[in-house]
Write a protein of this length. Structure first.
Length: 260
């Protein structure tokens, strides 16, 4: 982990459908002196942005190819079918791939599900983006299968969606370059994983370091005085002070002399 080459701000990439609001809010609370910059990227561009240094870390969709990027899987999304509200799909609670056998199913070039073979009948040509495919669905040209977050992102009043039971699922992960695991990347990993400020993996903030350097004060004020290591010296009774006289031999005290 290197901190000397860390940038003065933290750049966080995210793909469509991911909402990083919660994690950004926690970052701003814990590291108010380090600005966090959001970098929106397409699913196709996300890994290239990390490798090219356009972002320090990013929310991407798995799989992450290669060994130069680290990734922490976060959650798995439900796959849904997007259809016009007056389509037969809108009348059921969920759909299977078999139910789509006779339907035209659009397969955009930025598809995130990694189909071996999408269900239904292929369209004459593939739309360039998911947003383009949504427009074609609204025009009644076909249906679209996407992660639920993308269906919400491209919500329209004339469209609806239903879960697809037997389809690939999209997994979202936090990823970053392995050779650029800076202190700020570690801080953001801790936030995403739900670590508290006082977690043993967290780095102390400057105010915490100052508090740790202050000596502890004892109750009642003042600091504790350390005991001396030298041996106490014996006090010799003063003559005429009324003290008891000891014998020269160091034995038991002698009897008082009687006056004549």
């Amino acid at each position: 982990m290197t901190g000397s080459d860390a940038s003065p701000s933290f750049r966080l990439a995210y793909v469509p459908g991911v909402t990083p609001t919660k994690w950004v809010r926690i970052w701003n609370e814990r590291l108010p002196d380090v600005p966090l910059t959001l970098v929106p990227v397409s699913a196709v561009e996300a890994l290239g942005a990390l490798r090219g240094g356009a972002a320090d870390a990013g929310f991407v969709r798995l799989p992450v190819d290669g060994t130069d990027l680290s990734a922490i899987p976060l959650y798995t999304e439900t796959t849904v079918v997007v259809a016009p509200k007056d389509h037969v799909v809108a009348a059921v609670d969920e759909v299977s791939a078999e139910d789509l056998a006779d339907e035209v199913v659009l397969h955009p070039l930025d598809d995130t599900l990694g189909w071996e073979r999408p269900p239904g009948q292929p369209a004459f040509e593939r739309p360039a983006t998911t947003a383009d495919a949504i427009e074609l669905v609204a025009a009644g040209i076909g249906l679209l299968v996407v992660p639920q977050s993308l269906a919400r992102l491209h919500h329209r009043k004339d469209l609806t969606y239903r879960p697809l039971t037997d389809a690939p699922e999209s997994r979202v992960a936090l990823s970053w370059p392995q050779d650029a695991t800076t202190d700020m990347v570690e801080d953001f990993i801790g936030i995403v994983r739900g670590r508290t400020v006082n977690s043993s993996r967290g780095r102390p903030r400057p105010t915490e370091e100052k508090q740790q350097q202050k000596p502890k004060r004892q109750p009642g004020g003042g600091t504790r005085r350390q005991p001396t290591t030298g041996k106490p010296t014996a006090r010799t009774p003063r003559s005429g002070s009324g003290g008891t006289r000891t014998s020269k031999s160091g034995g038991r005290p002698g009897k008082p002399r009687r006056r004549s």
